[in-house]
Design a protein around this ligand. Structure first.
Ligand code: C5P
Length: 291
């Protein structure tokens, strides 16, 4: 089993735009112990089956990033044996929700298939294959606390980052990432401020107060319920709350996992139709958020 953790952009500054239209960004991202799962099995022919609470609506055809990852890896391994494989995807993360579900699934597929096929492909080559599939793929391949720059492919891992108590809230809506970027009016914003020298709940929260998610305003203009999700986290006692990625999922920061669980229960009872998950982020040095 390969774990595909949720990706949380704790801060996301848009710093410019490349000639091809992709945006330059700086983001502090962490990964959680909550996520999707990928399982592989040798079979007579290739296949993909999708199960789990968020399976409905997930395509099981070639448009799924999991199969694009499989095909890209095969293409990058000419002359190596890549026999048919049955892939099972357990979908626990809502789609198009800013927490990297599809990208993390594809990254987990790449990691798992390299082992399954016993391929002689190095980590850098895997990062290049990933980057060609999507801007969030490289960071999802790393799946540890990091700062991503460029269009998301330039990664610096962050040492000494503790596990954080988190609650993830999605108000039951998906938002298409290109629409959010298209709604962005200001594109030359400041870099991230220097990271704290020592990380704990308080230094992280204070640092976050000096940062932004530049995609939150545009996402909220497309989908006003982003504001309701963030407000619900604040009302439930989050030390800090913000939207992740291009939304609509918001995260709340809590001092301990138990406080996060109580807050999640309170939000769930007020908003039974929403996706609400209490979890912890994976600390530095603990790869792939393996539960
Ligand atoms: O790379 P990915 O397929 O995840 O990106 C989806 C869309 O989001 C892109 O087509 C682009 O419109 C926008 N995007 C961007 N700059 C980034 C990442 C994504 O403009 N760094």
């Amino acid at each position: 089993m390969e774990f595909a953790p949720a990706k949380i952009n704790l801060a996301l500054h848009i710093t410019g735009r490349r000639a091809d239209g992709y945006h330059l960004l700086e983001s502090l991202a962490v990964f959680t112990r909550f996520g999707d799962r990928i399982e592989l099995r040798a079979d007579q022919q290739d296949s993909l089956t999708v199960s789990g609470p968020y399976a409905p609506g997930v395509p099981a055809d070639e448009t799924n990033l999991v199969l694009k990852a499989r095909d890209a890896l095969r293409a990058a391994a000419p002359g190596m044996a890549t026999p048919p494989v049955a892939i099972r995807l357990e979908k626990n993360l809502p789609m198009a929700s800013g927490i990297g579900g599809g990208s993390s699934d594809a990254a987990a597929t790449l990691r798992a298939l390299v082992r399954f096929w016993n391929l002689d492909i190095g980590h850098d080559a895997l990062l290049r294959i990933g980057a060609a599939l999507g801007a969030d793929l490289p960071m999802c391949l790393a799946a540890r606390p990091l700062v991503a720059r460029g269009a998301g492919e330039d990664l610096s891992t962050v040492d000494g980052f503790p596990p954080l108590g988190l609650v993830l809230v999605n108000p039951g809506v998906g938002i298409a990432t290109p629409a959010v970027f298209a709604a962005l009016s200001q594109r030359e914003n400041a870099s991230l401020p220097p990271l704290p020298r020592h990380f704990d709940f308080h230094t992280i929260r204070n640092w976050l107060e000096t940062t932004r998610n530049d995609l939150e305003g545009p996402a909220q203009s497309i989908e006003p319920s982003v504001g309701a999700a963030r407000a619900a986290l604040e009302r439930a006692g989050a030390g800090f709350a913000r939207m992740s990625g291009s939304g609509a999922t918001c995260f709340g920061l809590f001092e301990t996992g138990n406080v996060a669980k109580r807050a999640a229960a309170a939000i769930r009872s007020r908003h039974p139709g929403w996706f609400v998950a209490a979890t912890r982020s994976t600390p530095s040095g603990d790869a792939h958020g393996q539960a």
